[in-house]
Design a protein around this ligand. Structure first.
Ligand code: NAG
Ligand code: NAG
Ligand code: NAG
Ligand code: NAG
Length: 608
């Protein structure tokens, strides 16, 4: 305990400086008490679900380092591994695209992103579902990222269909066998995608249960390996990883098996048995995951009683923390390569005019950090202010209507300050438009929202789970609502003691951020934070527009985002309304994103 306190004390002192943030205009990074990285013989840095956030979070100091800083960080960490005679590998598990202007704002999409991303020397890389929704995205992934990482890209259960020849081929190599640089450890690595079915028709995803029975897979797990590494766009608690684990373990009772997952946008870790370990490293380039394994890793030493130890850390993508973990400072940390990559990003952002401001947000609007309904809820703002104003078609202007929006259509908070071109892609990256069914009896229409918001599923199984309309983070958080707790308690939780000194002024002031609890414990985050509130939001919210002041309307127009059409039709059917796809018509031109941006231009002050 004493030793820990000393580490915290010195780290805090060492960090109590400000440093220049990565991108011009980015928020200044913030110091905070830190937990150290534990190195082993084999060490990993992991990114997942970065969704185009390679410029970092310009409005959030906690995550404002950029891809160039990560290039510098990895360079220093590799140098340390070389000095110590251990190995370091970099992993990325997909969903690199969609969700930030750096990718979405160009035509074609990703005009700058592919060249920026490739600058990082990623050793093991695979595909996420977002690389596959749109055929042209999958084409570009195959034409650009796969060749950029020729030796390192793995597609164990994914095929690509060539647009010219129609020929079906593996997206990339099925697995990778290689030796680590310093210890010459034999690694056999796989790269999976969960059993995804929403892909465009130029890729084919093979269910994991089938892949593990393929001859090539059965041969691969019989290769001489010191360590098996499975990377995947798969949550670490999803059944696909269990299936892969069981298949490898059956053939290799003693070998360490390491998993790197993603998709569910959370920091998470677990162990499937005492010789396996799995980590997932968050979302949106807020987190750089760390895993290390120590012990007798050579296969000749894999006896019954050989002991392996595993560690994980979730590193905030905060420049101050990256300096801390490398023991460097503002002037010694950036490498020439890292600076070059940061400059590439700045240039791309300029050319994409991502800083162009549509209006100035008068306050921060939260998705789940403040309660819905409530004055700081982004959903209440949409429901009360935006939707009644923008969900209008003059030909149906005075018809009472219910306007339904699924909460998953919004992907990020709006921070007080400039609402830019970049923000539009961040907050609502989808091309969702409003559709409607005219003249639905109100006695039926009024009950639709209740069904959409009921727990579980409207239909028995498959993609109709109601929760898919809400934000993906809720898939794993469930009813585990975090309430406000004073910083001192978070400190006590983290270190098992109250901070030294007692008086409030002497305590390190904790910033709000991740306070992760996973199957391994509550010491995973590299930075000690005060917890962030998390309030569960409904699957859908609804605005009532043009309602009579007295009484109820006889019929209403039922207006909703096209994405939720299948759920709405199913709900109507359950309520006795026989409607089908042919009753659903376009309501207004433009996307939710475009309409919201238009509203902001009209209603928020231009300058901050
Ligand atoms: C894939 O879908 C596109 C667009 O819907 C269609 O034109 C094409 O024929 C389809 N290709 C195959 C191989 O089914
Ligand atoms: C950074 O570290 C170097 C080497 O230890 C030192 O010379 C320099 O003064 C430090 N710079 C800052 C800004 O602290
Ligand atoms: C950085 O950019 C400069 C100028 O374009 C170039 O000369 C240099 O080779 C680059 N260095 C690295 C390590 O990428
Ligand atoms: C209103 O609806 C009509 C009929 O569906 C459509 O032609 C028109 O474009 C819509 N108006 C707007 C502003 O979207």
């Amino acid at each position: 305990m004493l030793q820990k306190a000393a580490v915290i004390g010195s780290a805090f002192a060492a960090l109590a400086r400000t440093v220049g943030a990565a991108q011009p205009g980015a928020a200044q990074p913030v110091p905070a008490p830190m937990r150290d990285l534990v190195w082993g013989k084999l060490n990993f840095l992991h990114t997942t679900d970065t969704h185009g956030w390679h410029a970092g979070h310009l409005q959030e100091p906690q995550y404002s380092a950029d891809w160039g800083d990560y290039v510098s960080f990895a360079e220093h960490m590799r140098a340390k591994a070389d000095r110590d005679g251990v190995d370091l590998l970099l992993v990325d598990t997909g969903d690199r695209v969609e969700g930030n202007g750096l990718y979405d704002a160009s035509d074609p999409k990703g005009k700058y992103y592919y060249d920026i991303y490739r600058e990082q020397a990623v050793d093991l890389i695979c595909t996420g579902n977002h690389e596959l929704y749109v055929a042209s995205t999958a084409d570009r992934e195959h034409q650009r990222t796969v060749p950029n990482f020729r030796q390192n890209y793995i597609a164990s259960n994914l095929d690509y269909v060539d647009p010219e020849s129609g020929e079906r081929m593996p997206m990339a190599q099925r697995y990778r066998k290689f030796q680590t640089k310093n210890q010459k450890l034999d690694v056999v690595a796989f790269g999976f995608l969960f059993d995804f079915t929403g892909n465009a028709n130029n890729t084919v995803v093979q269910p994991v249960e089938e892949t593990v029975q393929e001859q090539w897979f059965q041969d691969a797990i019989r290769e001489e390996a010191d360590v098996f590494v499975v990377i995947g766009h798969v949550g670490v608690h999803m059944p696909e990883f269990r299936t892969i684990f069981r298949a490898i373990r059956k053939q290799n009772p003693l070998a360490p098996i390491l998993f790197f997952g993603g998709h569910v946008h959370v920091r998470d870790a677990t162990a499937y048995d005492s010789r396996s370990f799995a980590v997932a490293s968050g979302r949106y380039f807020e987190t750089i995951g760390w895993m290390s394994v120590d012990g007798e890793l050579e296969r000749t030493a894999h006896s019954e009683d050989a002991d392996f130890s595993f560690h994980r850390r979730y590193i905030d993508n905060n420049l101050v923390g990256l300096h801390y973990h490398t023991g460097l400072n503002e002037s010694t940390f950036p490498t020439e390569h890292g600076r070059n990559v940061s400059a590439m990003i700045t240039k791309a952002r300029d050319e994409l005019k991502l800083d162009q401001t549509f209006g100035c947000a008068p306050k921060t609007l939260w998705m789940s950090r403040s309660p819905y309904p409530g004055k700081d809820s982004i959903y209440s703002w949409l429901e009360n202010e935006v939707l009644p104003d923008v969900a209008v078609n003059s030909s149906r202007g005075d018809v009472p209507r219910l306007v339904i929006l699924n909460t998953g259509a919004i992907r990020f908070d709006i921070f007080k300050g400039p609402f830019t071109r970049d923000t539009t892609y961040i907050v609502s990256p989808f091309l969702s438009a409003f559709t409607y069914i005219p003249n639905v009896p109100y006695r039926i229409a009024r009950k639709v929202i209740k069904l959409l918001n009921s727990a579980g599923k409207i239909m028995e199984s498959g993609p109709m789970d109601n929760r898919f309309m809400a934000i993906p983070e809720q898939l794993v958080i469930h009813e585990d609502i975090v309430h406000e707790s004073p910083a001192a308690d978070a400190y006590a939780d983290a270190f098992g003691q109250k901070p030294l000194g007692g008086s409030a002024e002497k305590r390190p002031r904790l910033t709000e951020g991740y306070t992760t609890k996973d199957d391994i414990g509550s010491d995973g985050d590299d930075t000690v934070h005060a917890p962030v509130n998390f309030y569960v939001v409904p699957n859908c919210v609804q605005a009532e527009v043009e309602f009579p002041t007295d009484g109820e309307p006889e019929t209403v127009d039922l207006v909703f985002l096209d994405f939720i059409t299948p759920w709405v039709l199913m709900a109507l059917r359950l309520l006795g309304g026989e409607y089908s796809q042919k009753d659903v018509q376009p309501y207004i031109e433009g996307t939710l994103t475009g309409l919201m941006t238009g509203w902001i231009e009209k209603n928020w002050p231009k300058d901050c």
